[in-house]
Design a protein around this ligand. Sequence first.
Ligand code: CAA
Length: 260
Amino acid sequence: MEYKNIIVSFEEGISTITINRPKSLNALNVETLNEIECALYEIKNENKTQVLIFTGAGEKAFVAGADISTFPTLTPEGASAFVDLGQRVMDMIESFPVPVIAAVNGYALGGGTELAIACDMIYASENAFFGLPEVTLAIIPGFGGTQRLQRLIGRHLAKELVFTGDKIPAQRAKEIGLVNNIFPQAELMVKVKEIAKTIMKRGPLAIRAAKRSMIFGMDHDLKTANEIEKLCFITLFGTEDQREGAKAFLEKRAPQFKGK
Ligand code: CAA
Protein backbone atom coordinates (compact mmCIF):
# COMPACT_ATOMS: atom_id res chain seq x y z
CA MET A 1 0.00 0.00 0.00
CA GLU A 2 1.05 3.60 -0.67
CA TYR A 3 1.47 5.68 2.49
CA LYS A 4 1.41 9.48 2.84
CA ASN A 5 2.17 9.94 6.53
CA ILE A 6 4.59 7.11 7.22
CA ILE A 7 7.54 5.50 5.45
CA VAL A 8 7.78 1.72 5.63
CA SER A 9 11.09 0.09 4.76
CA PHE A 10 12.51 -3.42 4.95
CA GLU A 11 16.13 -4.56 5.01
CA GLU A 12 17.68 -7.86 6.13
CA GLY A 13 14.78 -8.99 8.32
CA ILE A 14 14.20 -5.56 9.90
CA SER A 15 11.14 -3.46 9.08
CA THR A 16 11.13 0.22 9.98
CA ILE A 17 8.06 2.43 10.27
CA THR A 18 9.04 6.12 10.20
CA ILE A 19 6.30 8.56 11.19
CA ASN A 20 6.71 11.18 8.49
CA ARG A 21 4.96 14.47 9.32
CA PRO A 22 8.00 16.51 10.39
CA LYS A 23 6.21 19.87 9.90
CA SER A 24 3.89 18.99 12.79
CA LEU A 25 6.63 17.10 14.67
CA ASN A 26 5.17 13.76 13.50
CA ALA A 27 1.91 14.29 15.40
CA LEU A 28 -0.54 11.41 15.14
CA ASN A 29 -3.75 12.24 13.29
CA VAL A 30 -6.43 9.73 12.19
CA GLU A 31 -4.82 9.19 8.77
CA THR A 32 -1.43 8.46 10.31
CA LEU A 33 -2.87 6.02 12.85
CA ASN A 34 -4.85 4.30 10.06
CA GLU A 35 -1.68 3.97 8.00
CA ILE A 36 0.27 2.56 10.97
CA GLU A 37 -2.50 0.02 11.55
CA CYS A 38 -2.44 -0.99 7.86
CA ALA A 39 1.35 -1.26 7.85
CA LEU A 40 1.30 -3.45 10.96
CA TYR A 41 -1.15 -5.84 9.26
CA GLU A 42 0.96 -5.89 6.09
CA ILE A 43 4.23 -6.52 7.94
CA LYS A 44 2.61 -9.22 10.08
CA ASN A 45 1.02 -10.98 7.08
CA GLU A 46 4.20 -10.88 4.97
CA ASN A 47 5.83 -12.79 7.83
CA LYS A 48 9.41 -11.95 6.86
CA THR A 49 10.14 -9.37 9.56
CA GLN A 50 12.09 -10.46 12.63
CA VAL A 51 12.32 -7.07 14.34
CA LEU A 52 10.21 -3.95 13.81
CA ILE A 53 11.55 -0.46 14.54
CA PHE A 54 9.51 2.73 15.01
CA THR A 55 11.15 6.12 14.57
CA GLY A 56 10.28 9.67 13.54
CA ALA A 57 11.28 11.70 10.48
CA GLY A 58 13.58 14.69 10.97
CA GLU A 59 15.93 15.48 13.82
CA LYS A 60 13.53 17.10 16.25
CA ALA A 61 10.77 14.67 17.07
CA PHE A 62 9.86 11.02 17.39
CA VAL A 63 6.15 11.87 17.80
CA ALA A 64 4.96 15.09 19.54
CA GLY A 65 1.66 13.45 20.49
CA ALA A 66 -1.80 13.24 19.07
CA ASP A 67 -2.51 15.95 16.48
CA ILE A 68 -3.84 18.84 18.57
CA SER A 69 -5.10 20.75 15.50
CA THR A 70 -8.25 18.61 15.42
CA PHE A 71 -9.00 19.00 19.15
CA PRO A 72 -10.85 22.35 19.22
CA THR A 73 -13.89 20.83 17.46
CA LEU A 74 -13.63 17.25 18.72
CA THR A 75 -16.86 15.99 20.33
CA PRO A 76 -17.05 13.19 22.93
CA GLU A 77 -18.20 10.85 20.09
CA GLY A 78 -15.25 11.91 17.93
CA ALA A 79 -12.88 11.56 20.90
CA SER A 80 -14.24 8.04 21.50
CA ALA A 81 -13.54 6.97 17.90
CA PHE A 82 -10.08 8.60 18.03
CA VAL A 83 -9.12 6.88 21.27
CA ASP A 84 -10.48 3.52 20.03
CA LEU A 85 -8.22 3.81 17.00
CA GLY A 86 -5.18 4.94 19.02
CA GLN A 87 -5.61 2.25 21.64
CA ARG A 88 -6.12 -0.41 18.96
CA VAL A 89 -2.85 0.61 17.28
CA MET A 90 -0.93 0.64 20.59
CA ASP A 91 -2.36 -2.78 21.52
CA MET A 92 -1.32 -4.14 18.11
CA ILE A 93 2.21 -2.85 18.64
CA GLU A 94 2.39 -4.33 22.14
CA SER A 95 1.19 -7.76 21.03
CA PHE A 96 2.97 -7.71 17.64
CA PRO A 97 4.45 -11.21 17.16
CA VAL A 98 8.07 -10.06 16.89
CA PRO A 99 10.05 -7.55 19.01
CA VAL A 100 9.23 -3.91 18.37
CA ILE A 101 11.86 -1.28 19.21
CA ALA A 102 11.24 2.45 19.59
CA ALA A 103 14.16 4.52 18.29
CA VAL A 104 13.19 7.82 19.92
CA ASN A 105 15.03 10.51 17.99
CA GLY A 106 13.62 13.63 19.67
CA TYR A 107 10.37 14.68 21.39
CA ALA A 108 8.17 11.75 22.42
CA LEU A 109 5.26 13.53 24.08
CA GLY A 110 1.72 12.42 24.81
CA GLY A 111 0.86 9.86 22.11
CA GLY A 112 4.61 9.75 21.35
CA THR A 113 5.49 8.45 24.80
CA GLU A 114 2.44 6.17 24.56
CA LEU A 115 3.70 4.75 21.26
CA ALA A 116 7.19 4.25 22.71
CA ILE A 117 5.93 2.44 25.81
CA ALA A 118 3.77 0.12 23.72
CA CYS A 119 7.06 -1.07 22.15
CA ASP A 120 9.20 -3.79 23.73
CA MET A 121 12.32 -1.68 24.15
CA ILE A 122 13.12 2.02 23.94
CA TYR A 123 16.42 3.54 22.79
CA ALA A 124 16.71 7.31 22.74
CA SER A 125 18.93 9.97 21.22
CA GLU A 126 20.63 12.42 23.59
CA ASN A 127 18.16 15.18 22.59
CA ALA A 128 15.04 13.10 23.28
CA PHE A 129 12.35 14.22 25.70
CA PHE A 130 9.54 12.13 27.12
CA GLY A 131 6.36 13.19 28.87
CA LEU A 132 2.59 13.10 29.06
CA PRO A 133 1.65 16.79 28.80
CA GLU A 134 -2.07 16.13 28.18
CA VAL A 135 -3.20 17.89 31.39
CA THR A 136 -1.67 21.10 30.02
CA LEU A 137 -4.43 20.81 27.38
CA ALA A 138 -7.01 19.97 30.07
CA ILE A 139 -7.27 16.36 28.85
CA ILE A 140 -5.62 13.10 29.92
CA PRO A 141 -3.53 10.54 28.01
CA GLY A 142 -5.82 8.40 25.87
CA PHE A 143 -3.63 5.87 24.06
CA GLY A 144 -2.89 3.77 27.16
CA GLY A 145 -0.57 6.26 28.88
CA THR A 146 -2.30 6.29 32.25
CA GLN A 147 -2.11 2.48 32.34
CA ARG A 148 1.12 1.35 30.67
CA LEU A 149 3.36 3.97 32.26
CA GLN A 150 2.48 3.03 35.83
CA ARG A 151 3.03 -0.65 35.04
CA LEU A 152 6.42 0.26 33.59
CA ILE A 153 7.93 2.78 36.03
CA GLY A 154 5.66 2.44 39.05
CA ARG A 155 2.63 4.37 40.24
CA HIS A 156 4.29 7.31 41.96
CA LEU A 157 6.65 8.28 39.14
CA ALA A 158 3.92 7.74 36.54
CA LYS A 159 1.52 9.94 38.51
CA GLU A 160 4.18 12.65 38.77
CA LEU A 161 4.52 12.67 34.98
CA VAL A 162 0.76 12.51 34.34
CA PHE A 163 -0.20 15.15 36.95
CA THR A 164 2.60 17.67 36.23
CA GLY A 165 2.69 17.21 32.46
CA ASP A 166 6.45 17.84 32.71
CA LYS A 167 8.83 16.79 29.96
CA ILE A 168 11.84 14.76 31.10
CA PRO A 169 15.13 14.48 29.18
CA ALA A 170 16.44 11.13 27.92
CA GLN A 171 18.91 10.86 30.82
CA ARG A 172 16.15 11.12 33.45
CA ALA A 173 14.02 8.68 31.42
CA LYS A 174 16.91 6.21 31.58
CA GLU A 175 17.32 6.70 35.34
CA ILE A 176 13.67 5.79 35.95
CA GLY A 177 13.80 2.72 33.73
CA LEU A 178 11.76 4.12 30.87
CA VAL A 179 14.62 4.01 28.38
CA ASN A 180 16.99 1.09 27.76
CA ASN A 181 19.89 3.21 26.58
CA ILE A 182 20.88 6.55 25.08
CA PHE A 183 22.98 7.16 21.97
CA PRO A 184 24.13 10.25 20.04
CA GLN A 185 21.42 11.07 17.50
CA ALA A 186 23.62 10.30 14.48
CA GLU A 187 24.29 6.79 15.85
CA LEU A 188 20.80 5.94 17.10
CA MET A 189 19.55 3.92 14.13
CA VAL A 190 22.90 2.14 13.66
CA LYS A 191 22.93 1.10 17.33
CA VAL A 192 19.28 0.03 17.30
CA LYS A 193 19.88 -2.08 14.19
CA GLU A 194 22.88 -3.71 15.89
CA ILE A 195 20.62 -4.67 18.80
CA ALA A 196 18.00 -5.94 16.33
CA LYS A 197 20.67 -8.05 14.60
CA THR A 198 21.71 -9.60 17.92
CA ILE A 199 18.09 -10.61 18.53
CA MET A 200 17.90 -12.02 14.98
CA LYS A 201 20.81 -14.39 15.65
CA ARG A 202 18.72 -16.16 18.30
CA GLY A 203 16.09 -18.82 17.65
CA PRO A 204 13.30 -16.85 15.93
CA LEU A 205 10.51 -19.06 17.27
CA ALA A 206 11.99 -18.71 20.77
CA ILE A 207 11.98 -14.90 20.45
CA ARG A 208 8.29 -14.98 19.46
CA ALA A 209 7.49 -17.39 22.30
CA ALA A 210 9.41 -15.26 24.83
CA LYS A 211 7.50 -12.15 23.76
CA ARG A 212 4.15 -13.97 23.87
CA SER A 213 4.91 -15.32 27.34
CA MET A 214 6.00 -11.91 28.68
CA ILE A 215 3.20 -9.87 27.09
CA PHE A 216 0.32 -12.22 27.86
CA GLY A 217 1.68 -13.26 31.26
CA MET A 218 2.32 -9.74 32.57
CA ASP A 219 -1.18 -8.85 33.74
CA HIS A 220 -2.01 -12.23 35.27
CA ASP A 221 -1.27 -13.61 38.72
CA LEU A 222 2.06 -15.46 38.92
CA LYS A 223 0.53 -18.94 38.84
CA THR A 224 -1.43 -18.25 35.63
CA ALA A 225 1.50 -16.37 34.12
CA ASN A 226 3.85 -19.30 34.79
CA GLU A 227 1.32 -21.61 33.11
CA ILE A 228 1.45 -19.32 30.03
CA GLU A 229 5.25 -19.55 30.18
CA LYS A 230 5.06 -23.34 30.40
CA LEU A 231 2.82 -23.56 27.31
CA CYS A 232 5.19 -21.32 25.36
CA PHE A 233 8.18 -23.33 26.63
CA ILE A 234 6.90 -26.80 25.72
CA THR A 235 5.78 -25.75 22.22
CA LEU A 236 9.42 -25.03 21.36
CA PHE A 237 10.38 -28.65 22.02
CA GLY A 238 8.50 -29.64 18.87
CA THR A 239 10.72 -27.45 16.69
CA GLU A 240 13.77 -28.23 14.54
CA ASP A 241 15.49 -25.12 15.90
CA GLN A 242 15.34 -26.41 19.47
CA ARG A 243 17.10 -29.63 18.42
CA GLU A 244 19.64 -27.61 16.42
CA GLY A 245 20.31 -25.21 19.34
CA ALA A 246 21.12 -28.01 21.76
CA LYS A 247 23.13 -30.01 19.16
CA ALA A 248 25.17 -26.97 18.10
CA PHE A 249 26.00 -26.23 21.75
CA LEU A 250 27.12 -29.80 22.38
CA GLU A 251 29.13 -29.90 19.13
CA LYS A 252 30.71 -26.53 20.03
CA ARG A 253 29.61 -24.77 16.81
CA ALA A 254 27.33 -21.87 15.90
CA PRO A 255 23.66 -22.90 15.46
CA GLN A 256 21.90 -22.64 12.10
CA PHE A 257 18.33 -21.68 12.96
CA LYS A 258 15.62 -21.97 10.31
CA GLY A 259 12.57 -20.69 12.15
CA LYS A 260 11.03 -24.19 12.01
N1 CAA B 1 -0.19 18.34 17.22
C1 CAA B 1 -0.22 19.17 16.16
N2 CAA B 1 0.79 19.98 15.82
C2 CAA B 1 1.89 19.96 16.59
C3 CAA B 1 2.00 19.12 17.72
C4 CAA B 1 0.89 18.28 18.02
N3 CAA B 1 0.92 17.41 19.05
N4 CAA B 1 3.20 19.34 18.28
C5 CAA B 1 3.83 20.26 17.54
N5 CAA B 1 3.03 20.65 16.50
C6 CAA B 1 3.33 21.62 15.47
C7 CAA B 1 3.28 23.05 16.02
O1 CAA B 1 1.95 23.54 16.05
C8 CAA B 1 4.14 23.77 15.02
O2 CAA B 1 3.40 24.00 13.86
P1 CAA B 1 3.57 25.42 13.03
O3 CAA B 1 5.02 25.42 12.56
O4 CAA B 1 2.59 25.29 11.92
O5 CAA B 1 3.30 26.50 14.00
C9 CAA B 1 5.22 22.75 14.66
O6 CAA B 1 4.67 21.48 15.03
C10 CAA B 1 6.51 22.94 15.43
O7 CAA B 1 6.18 22.98 16.82
P2 CAA B 1 6.65 24.16 17.81
O8 CAA B 1 6.77 25.44 17.07
O9 CAA B 1 5.73 24.14 18.99
O10 CAA B 1 8.12 23.63 18.19
P3 CAA B 1 8.91 23.94 19.54
O11 CAA B 1 10.30 23.48 19.29
O12 CAA B 1 8.72 25.36 19.98
O13 CAA B 1 8.23 22.99 20.64
C11 CAA B 1 7.24 20.95 21.47
C12 CAA B 1 8.27 21.60 20.49
C13 CAA B 1 7.70 21.19 22.90
C14 CAA B 1 7.21 19.47 21.16
C15 CAA B 1 5.87 21.61 21.24
O14 CAA B 1 5.57 21.56 19.86
C16 CAA B 1 4.74 20.94 21.98
O15 CAA B 1 4.60 21.13 23.18
N6 CAA B 1 3.92 20.15 21.25
C17 CAA B 1 2.71 19.55 21.81
C18 CAA B 1 3.05 18.40 22.73
C19 CAA B 1 1.79 17.84 23.36
O16 CAA B 1 1.09 18.53 24.10
N7 CAA B 1 1.48 16.56 23.08
C20 CAA B 1 0.33 15.90 23.62
C21 CAA B 1 -0.78 15.92 22.61
S1 CAA B 1 -2.31 15.30 23.24
C22 CAA B 1 -2.17 13.62 23.20
O17 CAA B 1 -1.16 13.07 22.77
C23 CAA B 1 -3.37 12.90 23.68
C24 CAA B 1 -3.26 11.42 23.75
O18 CAA B 1 -2.80 10.84 24.70
C25 CAA B 1 -3.77 10.61 22.69
